[in-house]
Design a binder for this molecule. Sequence first.
Ligand code: SAM
Length: 255
Amino acid sequence: MPEPKLNQTPGDKSRYDQRFAGVLGEHYDLRARVMPYHEQFQDTVKDTLADFAKKHPEASILKVLEVGCGTGQTSIRILEADPRIKVVSVDTDEKLMEKAKKVLADMADRIEFIHQDILSVLTAMPDQSMDAMASGLTIHNFTTEYRLEVMKEVARVLKSGGLFVNADKYAFDDPEAHAKSLKEQIDSFEMFDTMHIPGLDIPKLKKGWVEHYQEDEKTKITESEQIKMLEDLGFKDIKVIFRESMEAVITATKK
Ligand SMILES: C[S@@+](CC[C@H](N)C(=O)[O-])C[C@H]1O[C@@H](n2cnc3c(N)ncnc32)[C@H](O)[C@@H]1O
């Protein structure tokens, strides 16, 4: 997929962390195995895009920007949603992106991978050039300031009527409910103990995920904060279409 020609030059690395370097990235897919609703959560992205595509029978191509491919668990669902979908997928982690490329080799002609930080790529994209933005478990990793800049750019590059779909960690507005869901998630990492994978240092993996979740607390975004941000950026039909523990899927349409 040759156009648009996007920014491939390194962005300012101090603006984003390599949060999946080391054991978390090496064994990233094990995270899904301790999240009982993971498939349903990710499938919500696919179903949302499939509905969106059905509403656009006139389009020969639907351009979707994916924020953070990781190992391709969301990317595959985006591609499966409709054969007209072409994806530009952006990730800062080259090792995870290489795994995604292998998983998606059969659909390589429909996905362009860019090893770059999303803000650098977005700022080089023309206004109203994408039909949809889709993402899974990525945007919560951003700092509050970087996230807002990304969201402003997403609002700029989406076409009028364009879709935002984000399956992510969204804190409950009620602090008590949030604290309960955080405890549930941290407790769920005990399930790693039941896995017997040669060479895997289970205590290190558990510690890594617990620390990751504790760090997320510093930049967490609540459901209401995301809704307000989307309203302020000119989105309508904002909906929370899935919620289990800390994870939710939020959709919106660019006015
Ligand atoms: C938790 S993974 C999720 C991947 C996949 N969507 C899934 O649900 O399995 C988050 C990904 O976002 C990437 N990422 C984090 N910050 C980023 C940034 N600023 N720009 C692009 N990708 C980023 C990470 O490298 C990582 O691969």
